[in-house]
Unconditional design. Structure first.
Length: 93
């Protein structure tokens, strides 16, 4: 099991990819935690691991959110990161 700080950093890195990536985290949290607290540091390790596993598996859909173009790309899959599953979905980065 990874340290919580490392998991938090991975989620924050994901959020910084684009506004769509950030929104995908927010939607994930809304489905699983009624607190609607979106700061990854305020969630337990199991939720962070669940999200990152889904992202690695290409199971996180990246919504189309107008972006300023400053985000980095994480790949082709729903999860948007080539090394994270490469599922078929939006992303195509």
């Amino acid at each position: 099991m990874a340290e919580k700080a490392e998991l938090v950093q991975q989620v924050k890195d994901w959020q910084r990819m684009s506004k769509g990536h950030k929104e995908s985290w927010d939607r994930f949290v809304k489905k699983r935690d009624r607190s609607e607290t979106f700061d990854p540091n305020r969630h337990d390790v199991s939720l962070l691991e669940e999200f990152l596993t889904a992202a690695h598996g290409g199971q996180i859909e990246i919504p189309d959110v107008p972006d300023d173009g400053g985000g980095k790309s994480w790949g082709k899959g729903k999860g948007g990161y080539k090394g994270w599953g490469g599922g078929k979905g939006k992303g195509g980065y």
